[in-house]
Design a binder for this molecule. Structure first.
Ligand code: FAD
Length: 306
């Protein structure tokens, strides 16, 4: 039995990453969760999502950024994305990771890089979502977000919180006071029990608590999940409290529960799909497998089909 921890461990193995990215049949399988290797492939997928009533959020995959020069290349890639969104007229915003912008090198560098992207997005009337990564960078991510939010508007930049973290309800309360636009998700990293709830039941309970707090705040937030229980709780809470379908959006990952994405969009809910693309897809792809080890069989079956 392949466990979530084992897959998350493999996601961090550089040697395996090199092998996997060169092994063509494996690479082919990633198209289930990754929209392509360059911006134009992602644009084509987003056009299709738009035609089906969904908006999108671009995510350039590259978790292995190690130098200041590489972080600058990341910024340029995001500026190209924002420009392509305007040129093509697709309905999409962008999601960024501060580690990609140099957080491990120097938080000040990550701030400056993120600021350059948020400034360009704000000028274009677009929006930047700062993704949340492992718990060792939660506080610095929130701190940088707050600086950005102090300089830019509510509709220019937002943040992500993870319901598996014990601190998240307090963080949500504090961020709502600014106010801030928040995406709530369950959390995708391997975390110790001191910082994260080890039991799914507690993660889900916390998710619902935070979702209710967000929906009642009057600010527009993202409810990111594929879990039908979380989705039903959100729909019920909104309906019972007179919160309109336009007051929040559901968010899901590219390739996961497409049926549910389309159904919610058809039912009049706002549905945003997170669209990852890029050459460095390996750790992202492995985290998706870890969330649902049954996907491994799907991948293997197709790999050996040729
Ligand atoms: C838009 C978006 C943005 C995100 N941003 C972040 C972020 O910034 N930081 C972060 O840590 N995490 C992020 N995540 C990932 C998130 O934390 C979870 O790891 C992921 O969404 C799985 O949790 P779930 O809510 O879908 O519930 P789960 O309880 O994990 O899954 C519920 C059901 O959803 C389906 N499902 C879930 N995952 C898969 C999959 N990979 N393949 C097939 N079916 C699946 C299955 O039917 C499963 O039973 C994001 C997720 C989304 C949707």
């Amino acid at each position: 039995m392949v466990t979530r921890s084992a897959l998350l461990y493999l996601a961090r193995q550089e040697g395996l990453k090199d092998f996997a990215t060169r092994f063509r049949p494996f690479k082919k399988m990633t198209t289930r969760f990754v929209a392509g290797e360059d911006i134009e492939e992602a644009v084509a997928q987003i056009r299709e999502l738009n035609q089906n009533g969904c908006t999108a959020s671009f995510d350039h995959l590259n978790e292995g950024v190690n130098s200041a020069a590489e972080t600058e290349e990341e910024v340029r890639e995001y500026l190209r994305i924002l420009s392509r969104i305007d040129e093509t007229g697709i309905r999409s915003n962008v999601s960024i990771k501060l580690t990609q912008f140099g957080l491990a090198i120097d938080p000040e560098l990550a701030y400056r890089n993120a600021r350059a992207v948020v400034e360009d997005a704000a000028r274009r009337g677009n929006f930047v979502r700062v993704d949340m990564e492992q718990s060792s960078v939660t506080q610095v991510t929130i701190d940088i977000f707050k600086r950005l939010r102090a300089e830019f508007g509510l509709n220019d930049v937002g943040i992500v919180l993870q319901s598996y973290l014990r601190r998240t309800y307090d963080d949500a309360q504090e961020l709502l006071r600014i106010p801030a636009r928040i995406r709530i998700c369950k959390g995708a990293y391997n975390e110790p029990p001191e910082v994260a709830f080890p039991d799914k039941k507690d993660v889900d309970e916390n998710y619902v608590r935070v979702m209710k707090l967000l929906l009642s705040s009057g600010t527009y937030h993202g409810i990111a999940t594929h879990d039908p229980n979380m989705i039903n709780e959100t729909i019920r809470y909104a309906r019972d409290n007179g919160i309109g379908k336009d007051a929040f959006e559901f968010q899901m990952l590219y390739g996961v529960r497409r049926d549910l994405q389309l159904r919610l969009a058809r039912d009049g809910y706002k549905m945003r799909v997170y669209v990852p693309y890029g050459k460095h897809w390996y750790p992202y792809f492995m985290r998706r497998l870890a969330e649902r080890p049954a996907n491994i069989w799907f991948v293997m079956k197709n790999m050996f089909k040729g």
